[in-house]
Design a protein around this ligand. Structure first.
Ligand code: UDP
Ligand code: MG
Length: 323
């Protein structure tokens, strides 16, 4: 490990990706070799696949790749735990073996050529380099709009999420160590990495269509992920409920005074519609509020169990196995 040719581990989560892995694995290898040949990184560098409990032939493909070429290695989760946990599994495995990690999806959507700029930024002294999409040409209007609204919302609630950055990023080994010291079970890495600190920057790239296979993040899963992100990073929604509760209470006091005045005048029958509206309105506000608080209670429940984020069942192609 030297300052100028650091050991790089490219960490790639894969879940049921047998269609795309044979297409993209050679591209990752080509990139790694080109970087080694240019002297940018050490020849100890590796491509590390994390099989996230796939039910198809993904792990067999990873094992075969690692047997054919020592630049490939892999770990396999004992079951499917989701993209974020797969990333933590890979980073945990890479930490201690390398100077830098780059996490990237295995479907070829993120431009691997941005890695050159990421490494250059690392050599300029950055510990974290975010890959940021230039524009979302390949997304539908709805996906673009909902994603942008999400970034704006989460940042206005006090989270620090880099606009248009997903999980394509370079991290130095000390930044990875920092991230691994966050022990939470509900993972939202793009909100957690900025909290690790250190100097960071962004590099920009065009995001492509998936090379094969299909997305694991349909709308409902994206919405759940966004909600998870907000509730992991911010407790401001609970504060809003308190403020809303206070406002509604003040309005109610005014309304009660008004009711007494009307009553003393003796004209009380015509108030039925306004009363029904008030009941519905208050019912809605209360249910919504209980729901928001419930989200946090649920998070506390899951966190207090301290279940493991990673359980591995197999490993392949690591340097020490070949000794
Ligand atoms: N992935 C994973 N576990 C899962 C779902 C997805 O490891 O439970 C991986 C998947 O193989 C891919 C990355 O996470 O490398 C991003 O998934 P996908 O491309 O389906 O999401 P999208 O790019 O459509 O948001
Ligand atoms: Mg994808």
């Amino acid at each position: 490990m030297t300052e100028n040719s650091p050991v790089l581990y490219i960490v790639i989560p894969c879940y049921n990706e047998e269609a795309v892995l044979p297409v993209t694995a050679p591209l990752f290898l080509e990139k790694l070799s080109a970087l080694v040949n240019k002297g940018e990184i050490s020849k100890e560098s590796r491509v590390l696949f994390v099989d996230d409990g796939s039910s198809d032939g993904t792990w067999e493909i990873i094992k075969k790749l690692s047997e054919e070429n020592s630049a490939f290695c892999g770990v396999s989760q004992s079951r499917n735990r989701g993209h974020q946990n797969a990333l933590i599994a890979g980073l945990g495995e890479a930490a201690g073996r390398c100077d830098i990690t780059i996490t990237i999806d295995c479907d070829g959507q993120d431009d691997i050529n941005a890695m050159d700029d990421m490494i250059a930024a690392y050599k300029d002294g950055c510990d974290v380099v975010y890959g940021v999409r230039k524009e979302r040409k390949t997304d539908t209007f709805f996906k673009r709009w909902s994603a942008e609204t999400f970034y704006k919302l989460i940042n206005s609630l006090g989270g620090e999420v880099v606009f248009n950055h997903s999980d394509y990023r370079l991290m130095s080994s000390r930044a990875v160590e920092g991230l691994l010291s966050f022990k939470e079970v509900n993972l939202f890495l793009r909100g957690m990495v900025p909290l690790v600190g250190f100097k960071s920057t962004s590099v920009f790239y065009d995001r492509q269509e998936r090379m094969a296979g299909k997305s694991h993040y349909p709308l409902a899963k994206m919405a759940a992920f966004a909600l998870d992100g907000i509730t992991s990073l911010s407790t401001k929604p609970i504060r809003f409920i308190t403020i809303l509760g206070a406002l509604v209470s003040i309005i109610s006091i005014i309304a009660i005074i008004w009711v007494f005045v009307i009553h003393s005048i003796g004209d009380t029958v015509w108030g039925w519609s306004s009363m029904v509206c008030a009941i519905f309105f208050m019912g809605g506000v209360q249910l919504f509020s209980i729901g928001v608080i419930g989200e946090y209670v649920g998070k506390i429940y899951l966190e207090t169990k301290q279940r493991p984020r990673v359980i591995l069942k197999d490993k392949t192609g690591f340097p020490e196995e070949n000794d």
